[in-house]
Design a protein around this ligand. Structure first.
Ligand code: OSB
Ligand code: MG
Length: 357
């Protein structure tokens, strides 16, 4: 699917999104849907669209079909013999979770233990060609009602940009995401960000680092939020124990599915670490899964869960995700809460595969 506008991060620019929609079908005419979130190039983490396909087809589906399951929580332990490949695992597990919720007559949010009836929405803004363009984009999204703004930063596009942004928008809930663009050598630059009152700075250092973030956090007032570095409950435990972050961005795909996301959520709740739901430029199915998980109680900051129209001219779900006063309502209907818009899906689909049990 073509993005409305290119999205630029410190590691690269995206203009399209390629993904799989996984449909899990039972014998009674019920269908559950999942969406893969890996990008075509392994810039963010090591997975790609192609590795997702290989791992799902050659390893995960044979494991899933080996014997029956009683609950979707069993899938992540069944898949644990396959190392990592978390986004591939999450796409399959997500489809089964949706199917399970529909069979139970529960919304996916309720099936996951969600308590909220709406989630607060934030927006992530890519690196812009100029500060004036950035201010205009921010203004536009604030008018739409978004409750918090996240700006992508990188060396050379940080202190001066944020100073201008703060001058124009002194009160907005603001944060910055570096996607691993800095090293500990940059500590002086990163300390200068403290004056802007950011709610947090996301993933300043190595994509796989936990230790150096603990050194950096001890030198910053701004809370560090980890994204790329947290791929499991084990990582979350290490990061919290070491003081590497004060907030965690939870992405279902990055940690291998909804069951692992719930475990990290529950651990963070016990440790008083706020979490929020990150985004991977999802189309509607992935977006609906994000909305459902964000209904859990420890999701304490607005997520990167914006309306369908933030990225898509026409989403593949109906109705599209919409914003009301900066919030998204969680629908009390079975499953993900949205129907597939088959016409929209077909107009973007380039292949189809059938795997029978
Ligand atoms: O680091 O959160 C990230 C987009 C692509 C890759 C990584 C990230 C992002 C975003 C956008 O920040 C989140 C979204 O709106 O889906
Ligand atoms: Mg991030």
């Amino acid at each position: 699917m073509d993005l409305k506008n290119p999205f630029q991060t410190s590691f690269g620019t995206f203009s399209t999104k390629d993904f799989f929609i996984v449909e899990a079908v039972d014998g009674n005419g019920n269908s559950g849907f999942g969406e893969s979130v890996a990008f075509p190039v392994p810039w963010y983490t090591e997975e790609t669209v192609a590795t997702t396909e290989h791992v799902i087809k050659d390893f995960l589906l044979p494991l899933l079909f080996k014997k029956s399951i009683r609950h979707p929580d069993e899938i992540s332990s069944r898949f644990s013999v396959i190392r990592r490949n978390n986004m591939a695992k999450a796409a399959v597990e997500g489809a089964v979770w949706d199917l399970y919720a529909k069979r139970q007559g529960l919304s996916l949010a309720a099936a996951l233990g969600g308590e909220r009836h709406w989630v607060e929405s934030g927006v992530s803004i890519g690196i812009q060609p100029s500060v004036s363009k950035l201010l205009a984009v921010m203004e536009h999204h604030l008018e739409e009602g978004y409750k918090r703004i996240k700006l992508k930063i990188k060396p050379g596009m940080d202190v001066a940009v944020l100073r201008e942004v703060r001058r124009h928008f002194p009160d907005v809930q603001l944060m910055a995401d570096a996607n691993s663009a800095y090293t500990l050598q940059d500590v002086d630059i990163l300390k200068r960000l403290d004056e802007f009152g950011l709610t947090m700075i996301e993933q300043p250092l190595g994509h796989d680092d936990i230790y150096e973030h603990s050194i950096l956090q001890s030198k910053l007032e701004t809370p560090i939020c980890l994204d790329e570095s947290i791929s499991s409950l084990t990582d979350a435990r290490a990061a919290v124990k070491l003081g590497s972050c004060r907030v965690i961005n939870l992405k279902i795909g990055r940690v291998g599915g909804l069951s692992e996301t719930k475990k990290i959520h529950d651990f963070c709740r016990e440790k008083n670490i706020p979490v929020w739901c990150g985004g991977m430029l999802e189309a509607g199915v992935g977006r609906a899964h994000n909305i459902a998980i964000a209904s859990l109680p420890q999701f304490l900051y607005p997520g990167d869960i914006s309306a369908s129209e933030r990225y898509w001219r026409k989403d593949i779900i109906t109705p599209p995700v919409i914003l009301q006063n900066g919030e998204i309502t969680i629908k009390d209907i079975p499953g993900i809460g949205y129907d597939i818009d088959w016409q929209a899906l077909e107009s973007n689909r380039i292949e189809r595969q059938v795997h029978l049990r």
